[in-house]
Design a protein around this ligand. Structure first.
Ligand code: AMP
Length: 270
């Protein structure tokens, strides 16, 4: 992979890179299409990264439909599908980890300690191998996108990290590889999450206080059977610190359990 990347670079060809954990859906496909449009070569990685899963999380049951993923990548004109083994990324004696301080401890980082350390580490490792001119990440994982942008800035990576808008199912549920964990009734209820975020953002944009808009959203989400909220908050779009009154670029971030499935989503405030 690295040798090909060097060859392409020598020829002046740009590489667009889309890192994923596989179980590809239209959300991933939209990133790949954008990479295809903006670069000479497209590399997609599929790597279910053990370092970003906690001990009681879904690492072993995470879906791995590799043949289907490979066919989709081929249909989308991907030049290289990079699918390393865990041992190739973390050989015996591996000791180096990346910590993006502060940002990694907030929100999902609080509920999933070590998660973003694992994400930043593997993403930098993949960037080193692929040498992309541009890397594409979904706004769906807004905290992840912010952390990767910060890492790229702090470490002077000579590439651009590009955020792409969230693709949604018809009822508004953000597409996610984890949606397939939902039972049919949970799947129907799950649409309530995005609806609640939309309603809250509309209220805030109309001048209603953030606290009261979020209180209503919280009640609505908790009306879903077997639901639990990890967090639901309005945050500054760059620092991800909680805000009490609206400002430019702010977002509402949410992580919600429905049964045994954890869903995350977010929405921009005007
Ligand atoms: P994952 O395979 O879940 O690690 O996601 C790989 C990349 O696809 C990440 O940059 C995600 O943010 C992005 N992604 C996942 N779901 C969506 C979606 N519904 N719309 C846009 N991008 C997404």
């Amino acid at each position: 992979m690295s040798r090909l990347a060097i060859l392409w670079k020598k020829k002046g060809q740009t590489i667009g890179f889309v890192p994923t954990m596989g179980a590809l859906h239209e959300g991933h496909a939209s990133l790949i299409r954008r990479a295809r449009k903006e670069n000479d070569k497209v590399v997609v990685s599929i790597f279910v990264n053990p370092a970003q899963f906690g001990p009681n999380e879904d690492f072993s049951r995470y879906p791995r439909p590799f043949d289907k993923d490979r066919a989709l990548c081929a249909a989308l004109g991907v030049d290289i599908l990079y699918h390393p083994s865990p041992e190739a990324i973390y050989p015996p004696g591996y000791k180096s980890f990346i910590e993006v301080e502060g940002l990694s401890q907030l929100w999902c980082g609080h509920f999933r300690p070590g998660h973003f350390r694992g994400v930043a580490t593997v993403v930098l490792n993949l960037f080193q191998t692929v040498s992309p001119a541009r890397a594409y990440f979904g706004e769906k994982d807004y905290q992840q996108l912010t952390i990767i942008k910060t890492m790229a800035r702090d470490l002077n990576l000579s590439m651009r990290v590009i955020g792409c808008q969230t693709l949604r199912e018809k009822d508004g549920l953000a597409m996610s590889s984890r949606n397939q964990y939902l039972s049919p009734s949970e799947r129907r209820d799950a649409a309530m999450l995005y609806r609640s975020l939309c309603e809250a953002s509309e209220k805030i944009n109309q001048g209603i206080e953030i606290a009261s808009a979020l209180k209503a959203a919280r009640q609505k989400i908790l009306s879903i059977p077997n639901s639990r909220i990890d967090y639901l908050a309005a945050v500054d779009g760059l620092s991800l610190e909680e805000i009490k009154s609206p400002r430019l670029g702010a977002r509402i971030l949410a992580a919600v359990w429905i049964g045994k499935t954890r869903l995350i989503d977010n929405i921009k405030l005007a």
